[in-house]
Ligand binder design. Structure first.
Ligand code: HT7
Ligand code: ZN
Length: 875
């Protein structure tokens, strides 16, 4: 497959001013008429018109009114070239496509009988021939024609300017989008849907019409999405001064979708998972996901749509920035400082569980990649989450006000343009009169930097010297790294548990200060430190790095009890737990007796019973690092040893803190009407964590509690938590509960996904059981949510069974990747990533994994998507 390089970027040969699209919608044979006005781009030396088209049939091609003969254009694979075209051109293109055969869910496809589009990144070329690249921005007019009874709702971007009837029961709707946009933001929906709508007053007094469109029968699940949309609009006005620029903003939910949602201009299309919710079917995490994703897509209207990317290498320009914005939105919606910290802790967990491993594996790439084979493989945790951390670091370095100034300048300079990550960095630097040249390395260098800290206390001088040094491991294609510009937020915790006021160069710096590490090694000197403190380094996780500091158990216990920075307080607990989990994992492998020290249990007891801490924080503090996080810390991964070690710690907590867990279980009930507010969510989280530990203990009381909770729960959070506890503890009641759950919710697709997911990730579900589940009438590989719920969860969230020594889990993986690839390459490539870290496993497992990877790579007919992932894994 062809590798595309960022350095090879050239400007488009022709620019497009207007696009008029006509659709005669038919599932088997849709006719697309496309009329483009184009003009030569003075910035390009290229003179040919270049249009992309994929899986569509060219019927007619006219240039300035004249049909083009076969010799007047060239069609090589997916590229249509027209040489010798005049300066100004009107191009008319007629094509055919078959939406019902489109199982890739990219371009125009049919989902449960409805027409839906997905154009990012390169789906528009599967609808019509077009210079399908984000730096070609044009104005669109769209005419939709379809059978009225089957498709009563016809939607596209912008404003509805005309609608009416046609002969033969068909009808039409004409939409005009007043804004310039790249083709990846085009969307249409022709469907049988109903909507919840509302008029909403914007800051400047205008009224906008907000709509949430869903299938009939789901109107009882749209409230939260609508509320989230209104909160998002208000938040962007208040925090960034950014207003909705349209009179109408629509959200459409579809059950068949490759990702979470899509920010098409004025017509966001969402996976049902991020729209539909009520207490009966959705968990607290689902509600939080909806708020975040609705926010995320809405915020793209400015960061992505009004200012877009010059090319796909710049993807993080919109995604990193928009994730940062949605994270800030979620934090502001919670409001309290501990709530914010819990939100931040969640972000740190995601980085450690998913982004750090990616940065250390075969698919490692910079936030702004230098090359790719298939852009769809680069919608990654690095581009999104690490990209958001990079944006967050600007705010940490420049302060909130400075960051806002940078944002304002960015929009002032680039509204209506397609730009690069460097333009964003320049706006931040210029607005604040700062030199941020070195900061560019966060965009160009892959890998997770390691910051090593050493502290020396000078008793005579009452001074602390903190030496910070940095390094970054080699990544594919980048053997050497230059130092990063790293903001390291630091505090010094005194023996009394209080922060010591910080003084550097005779300047008072409060109790937390941001040190800027720019060299390979730097020493910072704090004076007026009355006694030897415990350093609290990287507060609020001020940079996406691994921090190494030789903390003693005593230091960690001190921070775990006293650190004023809740993120570092949590971090101290994670370090205490990780140390023990790693030791116990070795003990399991060596066949030694397992023991968990009282110190650790007492630390856990203290947090669990500390009423001054909110339940949400206590839950986070008591949550152990995941098995994959532990795996990342070991040199040779033995999944079964890790699992057994972690289970041992879980059951020890369950046994030794039984009384406290029962008390927490009782004290954190949320009687009355269900509400997804932060406080209630925190209480349910702590209660259900306690339930999980109790169910893991050796007596039956936890199981009995879980059974009772399952039977009596009036909301999905408690229902699913109880069922999960029963299934994971292999309780005798688990089968009855699973059956009851399915019977009750079989009509609710998103709940059936949970039902599959819960079983797929249970250590009692082996490959044979997954194969059986795949025969269930509700299972289909064609629906990405369903495939994710069963197959992905087994391969990615059930390490004990996936990594069984005979290699049958890997053979299953190979089979499923190949089967899925024939249907939906984008989704197949995501499953292929389950093998990314194969070289870290015990040799016997490695051999099986390599064989499975080779089997997939040996397939002649393989998509570029999967080929890129498996060939990089094997390289
Ligand atoms: N910008 C959207 C990305 C997306 C996407 C990418 C590739 C294939 C399918 C897709 N669906 C959505 C989502 C977002 O980040 O907001
Ligand atoms: Zn996004």
């Amino acid at each position: 497959p062809l590798t595309i390089y960022r350095k090879d970027y050239t400007a488009p040969s022709y620019l497009v001013d207007t696009v008029e699209l006509g659709f005669d919608l038919d599932p088997a044979r849709t006719i697309v008429a496309n009329r483009l006005t184009m003009r030569r781009n003075p910035a390009s030396a290229q003179r040919e018109i270049e249009l992309y088209g994929e899986d569509i049939e060219l019927v007619a091609l006219r240039l300035n009114g004249k049909a083009l003969g076969k010799r007047e254009y060239r069609l090589d694979g997916n590229l249509l070239r027209i040489p010798n075209a005049p300066e100004e051109v009107t191009l008319e293109i007629e094509t055919l496509c078959a939406p019902e055969k489109n199982t890739a869910l990219s371009g125009l496809y049919v989902s449960n009988g409805n027409f839906i589009t997905q154009c990012e990144a390169e789906g528009f070329r599967r609808i019509t021939f077009f210079p399908d690249r984000p730096d070609v921005m044009a104005k669109y007019t769209v005419m939709l024609r379809a059978d009225k009874e089957r498709y009563p709702v016809l939607l596209s971007n912008g404003n509805l300017v005309d609608e009416g009837m046609l002969p033969d029961g068909r009808h039409y709707a004409k939409w005009e989008d007043p804004f310039l946009k790249p083709s990846y933001l085009f969307a249409l929906v022709a469907a049988k849907l109903v909507c919840q709508e509302e008029k909403f007053k914007l800051a400047d007094g205008r009224e906008a019409l907000l709509q949430v469109w869903v299938e009939e029968g789901n109107l009882d699940k749209t409230d939260y999405a609508m509320q989230s949309l209104k909160k998002s609009i208000r938040w962007d006005e208040e925090r960034f001064g950014l207003e909705l620029d349209l009179d109408r903003f629509m959200i459409v939910a579809t059950g068949d979708f490759n990702m979470g949602a899509m920010e098409n201009k004025g017509l966001n299309i969402f996976n049902t998972k991020y729209v539909l919710a009520n207490p009966r079917v959705a968990t607290d995490i689902d509600f939080q996901g909806i708020e975040a994703v609705v926010g995320h897509e809405y915020f793209h209207n400015w960061t992505g749509n009004r200012v877009t990317c010059r090319d796909w290498f710049q993807l993080s320009l919109k995604e990193g920035l928009t994730v940062f914005r949605d994270q800030e939105f979620s934090g502001d919606m919670i409001g309290t400082s501990t709530g914010r910290a819990v939100n931040r802790i969640d972000q740190v967990r995601t980085l450690r569980a998913a982004q750090f491993p990616e940065d250390a594996g075969p698919m490692a790439h910079p936030v702004r990649p230098d090359s790719f084979v298939e852009i769809n493989n680069f919608y990654t945790v690095t581009v999104y989450e690490k990209g958001a951390e990079v944006v967050r670091m600007y705010q940490t370095l420049l302060g909130r006000e400075g960051f806002r100034k940078g944002m304002d300048l960015y929009f002032e300079r680039h509204d209506g343009q397609a730009v690069e990550c460097d333009d964003f960095r320049r706006a931040m630097a210029d607005a604040n009169d700062r030199n941020l040249d070195q900061f560019e390395r966060w965009y160009s260098q892959a890998g997770t930097p390691v910051v090593r800290a050493q502290m020396r206390y000078d008793e005579q001088q009452h001074a602390v010297e903190l030496t910070l040094s940095q390094s970054c491991p080699a990544t594919p294609g980048q053997p050497e790294k230059l130092p990063f510009h790293i903001p390291v937020a630091v505090g010094l915790v005194g023996r009394d548990g209080r922060d010591i006021p910080l003084v550097i160069d005779d300047q008072e710096r409060g109790t937390t200060t941001v040190l800027e590490l720019t060299g390979a090694e730097q020493t910072f000197r704090f004076t007026s430190v009355p006694q030897q403190p415990v350093p609290s380094i990287l507060r609020d996780f001020s940079a996406p790095v691994v921090l190494e500091y030789d903390y003693s158990d005593e230091d960690l216990l001190h921070l775990f009890s006293h650190d004023s920075d809740p993120v570092n307080r949590w971090e101290a607990g994670q370090r205490l737990a990780m140390e023990r989990l790693l030791r116990l994992t070795e003990d399991v492998t060596a066949g030694s007796r397992l023991q968990l020290d009282d110190t650790f249990i007492e630390a856990m007891r203290k947090v669990l019973t500390d009423e001054s801490l909110g339940p949400a924080f206590r839950e986070q503090a008591l949550l152990l690092p995941t098995e994959s996080m532990i795996a990342e810390q070991t040199d040779v991964v033995h999944p079964l040893s890790i699992h057994m070690a972690r289970q041992f710690v879980r059951s020890s907590i369950g046994n030794r803190l039984r009384a406290e867990l029962l008390a927490a279980y009782d004290a954190n009930q949320t009687p009355g009407q269900y509400s997804p507010d932060a406080e209630s969510i925190g209480k349910r989280a702590l209660k259900n964590l306690a339930l999980g530990y109790l169910a893991a203990a050796s007596d039956d009381e936890g199981i009995a509690l879980a059974e009772r909770q399952f039977d009596e729960a009036d909301n999905m959070t408690d229902r699913a938590a109880a069922l999960g506890a029963l299934v994971h503890a292999r309780a005798p009641a688990a089968q009855r509960a699973l059956q009851g759950f399915y019977d009750e919710f079989e009509k609710e697709a998103l709940v059936v996904d949970k039902w599959f997911a819960m079983q797929a990730s249970s250590p009692s579900t082996d490959v044979a059981a997954v194969r059986e589940l795949m025969k269930h009438p509700a299972f289909t590989m064609k629906n990405p949510n369903r495939a994710r719920s069963l197959v992905f969860n087994f391969c990615m969230a059930n390490p004990v069974q996936f990594h069984v020594p005979d290699g049958s889990g890997y053979a299953f993986w190979a089979e499923q990747v190949m089967a899925l690839d024939a249907l939906n390459p984008q989704v197949a490539a995501r499953l292929a990533r389950a093998m990314d870290r194969w070289r870290r496993y015990a040799p016997a497992l490695q051999a099986h994994m390599k064989q499975a990877l080779k089997q997939v790579n040996g397939l002649k007919k393989l998509s570029n998507d999967v080929r890129e992932v498996v060939s990089k894994a094997l390289a």
